[in-house]
Structure formats: C-alpha cells, structure tokens
Design a protein around this ligand. Structure first.
Ligand SMILES: [Zn+2]
Length: 346
C-alpha cells in the first residue's frame, strides 16, 4: 500500500511538472483526484488493511492528496498570471483606452435656463444678486407697495412661517424675488442694475401651468431718466438671447402694485394655433410682467423718487423652459421622473 501511494505521489507530481495548459491540469486532476481517479480507487482498498495499518495509510493517502491538490492550484495561478502578462504585453493591448462608461447625467431644463439668463443678464451689465427664501413681511409686501388689504397677502396665496396676512411683522416664504431687489436697493441705493433669480412659493392649486414652487428671475434698473423704452429693449433683448431669435410678442397693460404703469409681455403659444389648455385658449402665454417702479417703492427703499426712476420685470423660468423645450405640463419639472430628465442628457 505504502509503495503504491508513494508511486502515485511521484507520478502525479511528475505529470504536473510537464503540464503547461489549463486543459492538461484539469485532465491530471480527474486522473488522480477525481471520483474514478487513481487515489480514490486506492482509498477503497484501505478497508482491507489491518486495524494497525489503516490509520497510518489513511494519513499518508491524505498527505498525497493534499500535495497534488496544492501543486495543482499553484500551477493554475501561475498559468493565469502568465496569460495576463502576455495579454498586456501583446500588440493588441492599449492601456490608454477608456473603461466601460456609466450612465451620463444632464442639466435640468430649469438650471439650463437659469444659467443662460444669468449669462445674458451679466453681459447686459446686470449684477446677479441673491436673497433668503424666508422673507420678512416688510420686504415681501410693505416695501413693494402691497398694502395689508391686497389679495396677494391672503393666506391662499402666501405660505406664512410666522404671523399671517394681517398681523404685521410676520415671516413668509417669499412669493416673488422682488424682495431681493428691495434688499439690493436698500443696501446699495441708486443707480442700480440687478437681476435676482431664485425659488419662490405660493399656495397654488397645481395644474399644467401652476405649481406651489417655481423659479423666477426679476430684473431692476434704477437710474436717472429711465423709461418704458429702456424696459422694452431690455425685455426683448433678453428673450431674443434666450430663444436665439426674436419672439412674437404683444404688450398689454397689467396691474402690479409695485409698478406704475404696469405691463404684461405675452409670447405666442408654441403649442397651438387657436388656443389650448396651456395658453388658456387665448393663443398667448403670459411671459414677462414689467413696468416702471412705483415711486412709493423707491421711497420705501431710501431712494429719492424725484431724482431717480426705474423699471422692473419678471420672468418665470418654468414658462421659459416650457416654451423653449416644448414641455406641455409644468409638473414634469419636479416630478423626479427619469424618463423626463433623460431627455436633457448632455
Ligand atoms: Zn396654446
């Protein structure tokens, strides 16, 4: 028995020393260690040995088995390493090629519109200013000539953080970014040329063109001798820059407490010819409210309205994105739906 085991060990190791492929290794493994292999057959004869011999031969058989198995594994590893070295040194291997790429991201349509607007406004000489989203009643309403009994103060429009529409001294989520202009005017005085982009909040019933959270950019210019033609020129220049061409627009009177006179600049609805749900069946979409800054607003911000005048305009970023990209429902913007967002991949 002992001789047969020793012979098997020698034969196995000798066979392994000549093997130089994975196939050969597998063949040797089957021949010696497999279910019908030489060693397995030999182990079956252990039962015929005397009780004294059996443990010793069993131990030796396990040693032979372990030795052949260990040698097999180390040879397998060597073969793999050799194959790898061959691959990276071969002529077909280019270590500078990029690996497999992951999914690509994109810029949200609102962010793209915001960046473009900031870029355009900066080139037109506007400074970009920012302010808090929780605003005082004074900055959001009082300084903008929105009296206590104005409908915009009522709770169905404004989300109050502290106080309510009638309390005075309250805090609210800003309902527009006009309050950032108030802050800029109070801080820097006139002359001033700023745009204030940002997120604003209203208690709106959500539908295709209204959301409780939306983005605006408002512009304000205060200087000597500023009038309506300056305002119109700035509005049209911004829109032409945004859309890459002059838009078909119309100007009509509009009422906002903080301007006098006030206007609404509408753009032709791109979704229909004669009216659809997006344009409330009018064929026009309200795009840019504006007007000459009310003297009371200038005075409330510490600017002498006898010396200075100004114009202000606003622009809903969602509206711009809807028009620019043909998005037919504002609620897609914050839906988090990847099918929508994937259309804006870079
Ligand atoms: Zn329409």
């Amino acid at each position: 028995m002992r001789e047969r085991l020793e012979q098997l060990r020698a034969e196995g190791l000798e066979a392994l020393s000549r093997a130089d492929s994975e196939d050969e290794l597998r063949e040797i493994e089957v021949r010696f260690l497999g279910r019908n292999g030489a060693l397995t057959h030999l182990l079956k004869d252990l039962g015929g040995l005397s009780p004294e011999e059996r443990p010793e031969m069993g131990k030796l058989a396990n040693e032979v088995k372990a030795e052949i198995a260990a040698s097999l594994e180390s040879l397998r590893l060597n073969l793999k390493e050799q194959a790898y070295s061959l691959e990276i040194s071969g002529s077909g291997f280019d270590g500078s090629l990029p690996g497999p790429s992951g999914p690509r991201g994109g810029v949200h349509p609102l962010t793209q519109v915001l960046w473009d607007l900031e870029d355009l406004a900066s080139r037109m000489g506007f400074a970009v200013v920012d302010g808090p989203e929780v605003e005082t009643e004074e900055n959001n309403f009082d300084a903008l000539n929105i009296s206590v009994d104005h409908p915009a103060r009522e709770s169905h429009d404004t989300i109050w953080v502290k106080g309510d529409s009638q309390s005075g001294g309250g805090l609210c989520l800003r309902t527009h970014t006009s309050c950032v202009q108030v802050r800029a005017l109070k801080e820097h005085g006139a002359p001033l040329r700023v745009v204030a982009p940002g997120r604003v909040f209203r208690q709106e019933t959500q539908d295709a063109t209204h959301d409780h959270t939306f983005h605006q950019m408002e512009g304000l210019v205060v200087d000597r001798g500023v009038g309506v033609p300056h305002m119109l020129h700035a509005m049209e220049a911004l829109l032409a820059g945004l859309f890459g061409r002059p838009l078909e627009t119309r100007l009509r009177p509009g009422y906002f407490p903080f301007v006098e006179p006030g206007f609404e600049l509408d753009a032709r609805c791109p979704f229909c010819d004669e009216g659809c749900r997006i344009c409330s069946r009018t064929g026009w979409i309200e795009l840019m409210p504006g007007g000459l800054v009310h003297p009371k607003v200038l005075d409330a911000c510490g600017v002498d309205s006898n010396v200075f005048s100004g114009y202000a305009f606003g622009l809903g970023l969602s509206r711009v994105a809807m028009l620019r990209y043909g998005i037919d429902d504002i609620r897609w913007m914050f839906s988090g739906d990847l099918r929508f967002l994937e259309q804006f991949r870079l």
